[in-house]
Design a protein around this ligand. Structure first.
Ligand SMILES: Nc1c(NC[C@H](O)[C@H](O)[C@H](O)CO)[nH]c(=O)[nH]c1=O
Ligand SMILES: CC(=O)[C@@H](O)COP(=O)(O)O
Length: 162
């Protein structure tokens, strides 16, 4: 379903297990910081609203979305980290650079989650325009950061059931 047909901030709290003791690493790309900081604000507040403890939400920055995979690997390797949330915004430019970054970070993040057997969430916007990004970072389509936080919590709940 396209984002325009749903709100990224809609979720059902009843499906989420207690996360008071879970530790989250949230990695934020510095590129398009107006967008990525809004994504972080959404993710952070959603984690808190769902019962995570402030001291268990650890924020780190990387230069760009391409570096999210490397930082995710360093953090996922830490036993005390239960889930990693990667937040970025890659905006289409004039060249194919966009395609290479998006492909690399999507595959990179997936590989880290499978390597360390823990949730590593793809909270990366890949819009065509700045406005599309803003619409998905606290705008008319909600906040991808909210969605990324809920996804991390739901995956931790699923892991506990299996
Ligand atoms: N153009 C965007 C970038 N580019 C930078 C890359 O992510 C990377 O840091 C660089 O290629 C060096 O390895 N990054 C974004 O996150 N968003 C963009 O729109
Ligand atoms: C996604 C990018 O790296 C992009 O912003 C770079 O822009 P351009 O393709 O015009 O060099």
């Amino acid at each position: 379903m396209a984002t325009k047909l749903k709100n990224l901030s809609d979720h059902s709290a009843k499906n989420i297990s207690n996360i008071g003791k879970k530790k989250f690493a949230v990695i934020v790309s510095e590129w398009n910081e107006e967008v990525t900081e809004s994504l972080f604000s959404g993710a952070y507040q959603t984690l808190i609203d769902q019962g995570a403890q402030k001291e268990n939400i650890i924020k780190h920055y990387v230069p760009g979305s391409f570096e999210l995979s490397m930082a995710a690997q360093w953090l996922a390797a830490k036993k005390e980290i239960d889930a990693v949330i990667c937040l970025g915004c890659v905006i289409q430019g004039e060249t194919k650079h966009f395609d290479f970054i998006c492909d690399a970070v999507a595959h990179g993040i997936t590989n880290v989650s499978l390597k360390y057997n823990k949730p590593v969430i793809f909270g990366v916007l890949t819009p065509n325009t700045q406005q599309q990004a803003l619409d998905r970072a606290g705008g008319k389509h909600g906040n991808k950061g909210d969605e990324a936080a809920i996804t991390a919590i739901k995956m931790l709940g699923l892991a506990e059931q299996l």
